[in-house]
Ligand binder design. Structure first.
Ligand SMILES: C=C1C[C@]23C[C@@]1(O)CC[C@H]2[C@@]12CCC[C@@](C)(C(=O)O1)[C@H]2[C@@H]3C(=O)O
Ligand SMILES: O=C(O)CCC(=O)C(=O)O
Ligand SMILES: [Fe+2]
Length: 376
């Protein structure tokens, strides 16, 4: 067996998931079952919220559903979004083809130390001594053609087809992200007129940047011993996840602590809120602590589309999110600054936001960040 801990990109590229009959020690994660995994229920406390954007529904009712989901779960399933079903199918087909390329070809795009983009393990993997049961590829959604010249230096039909499909996905997701941003603002209590006139809200919506991270979770011979993606919160504003019909995304729910498996109905996107959205909404919306498990039967592909501010934008709590007469609970921060802060925290979760909190003594009226879980 290769020595997977030597080089991250080589580790992901060279480990033969396909021929593994067992999960080696390098990929075995302790503590995965500290909390039980449960299927989402149709109703009740384990029913993952579903938001329907279509069907001519009452916008106020949609905003209420989004507010409830964002406050209580930090996540929901999105249906009625209007994105044609064929887009997700084409995206999944192209991603499967990308990951099926010989290791040497994917390795041409191997993520180099300190770089964000490229093929290999996800950026936060450097924090762990164990390897995850997945292959990944991160890139700026607006720079597909440049990025994938690394994999296909001579261009060609495969390259062009891949780029066209990713660009189609990017167009659809960016349009949906902008619509959803307005729904989130409405859910904070803003009227359409206030949203249109609000300089900050407009700036946020119009300057959204998108990063894509392609995940392939190969079928695993011992799924109970491995993890596809270790538990974390996303750091940006919100993430639109296209998933193959094989479930695997789990959300941690407290009291009693349990991992709720998010269903993957065809055509639905999972929407997961990130830490900077928690900050933007002054702690009113919550980022979701989540992970991806693997299974023994089938490969799973997921395509998170991370939306966040441009790197130089200072994110501060929105005036609309403050309680009457209240002050911001957090200092302002750029996304790269926040990633630096998060990199120093013990878990990869929203506990890093505590370091940006305005001290309580400075203002007794502001809300505090609730305790966050740290288990995988
Ligand atoms: C925009 C981003 C969010 C992300 C870091 C990144 O720059 C690109 C990859 C994203 C991802 C995907 C897997 C989990 C995660 C924690 C990681 O290490 O890389 C997230 C990052 C994040 O949300 O902070
Ligand atoms: O695979 C999934 O459903 C989740 C992916 C994810 O959380 C991520 O890439 O940040
Ligand atoms: Fe995530």
């Amino acid at each position: 067996m290769p020595s997977p801990l030597t080089s991250p990109a080589a580790a992901a590229a060279n480990f033969e998931f396909r021929s593994a009959e067992h999960v080696p020690e390098t990929h075995e994660w302790p503590g995965l079952h500290d909390h039980p995994s449960v299927e989402a229920a149709a109703a009740g406390r384990d029913a993952v919220p579903v938001v329907d954007l279509g069907g001519g529904g009452d916008p106020a009712a949609v905003a209420r559903a989004v507010a409830r989901a964002a406050e209580e779960w930090g996540a929901f399933l999105l249906v009625g979004h209007g994105v044609p079903a064929g887009v997700a199918a084409r995206v999944e087909e192209q991603i499967a083809r990308l990951f099926a390329l010989p290791a040497a070809e994917k390795d041409r795009a191997g993520r180099r130390p300190g770089e964000m983009n490229g093929y290999g393990r996800p950026p936060y993997a450097v924090r762990f001594s164990r390897l995850m049961w997945s292959e990944g590829y991160t890139f700026a959604a607006a720079a597909v053609r440049d990025e994938f010249r690394r994999v296909w230096p001579d261009g060609g039909d495969d390259y062009l087809r891949f780029c066209e499909v990713m660009e189609e996905h990017h167009r659809e997701m960016m349009a949906l992200g902008g619509r959803l941003a307005d729904v989130f603002f409405r859910a904070l209590g803003l009227t359409d007129e206030q949203i249109a006139a609000g300089e900050t809200e407009r700036k946020i919506r119009e300057s959204l940047t998108a990063t894509m991270h392609l995940n392939l979770y190969p079928r695993c011979p011992e799924p109970e011993r491995a993890i596809g993606l270790a538990a974390h919160t996303d750091s940006g504003f919100f993430t639109l996840i296209t998933q193959s019909p094989v479930p695997g995304l789990q959300l941690l729910r407290r009291g009693p602590d349990r991992w709720v498996t998010v269903p993957a109905p065809p055509g639905a996107f999972a929407v997961v809120l990130g830490d900077l959205f928690q900050l933007l909404t002054n702690g009113r919306y919550r980022s979701a602590f989540h992970r991806a498990v693997v299974n023994g039967d089938r490969d799973r592909i997921s395509v998170p589309y991370f939306l966040g501010p441009p790197p130089d934008m200072k994110v501060a709590p929105l005036a609309a999110a403050l309680p009457p007469g209240g002050k911001p609970a957090f200092r302002s921060v750029t996304w790269p600054e926040y990633l630096g802060v998060k990199g120093k925290a013990s878990g990869f979760d929203a506990s890093a936001l505590a370091m940006l909190q305005v001290p309580e003594e400075a203002d007794k009226n502001v809300s505090v960040v609730p305790p966050v879980p740290t288990k995988h």
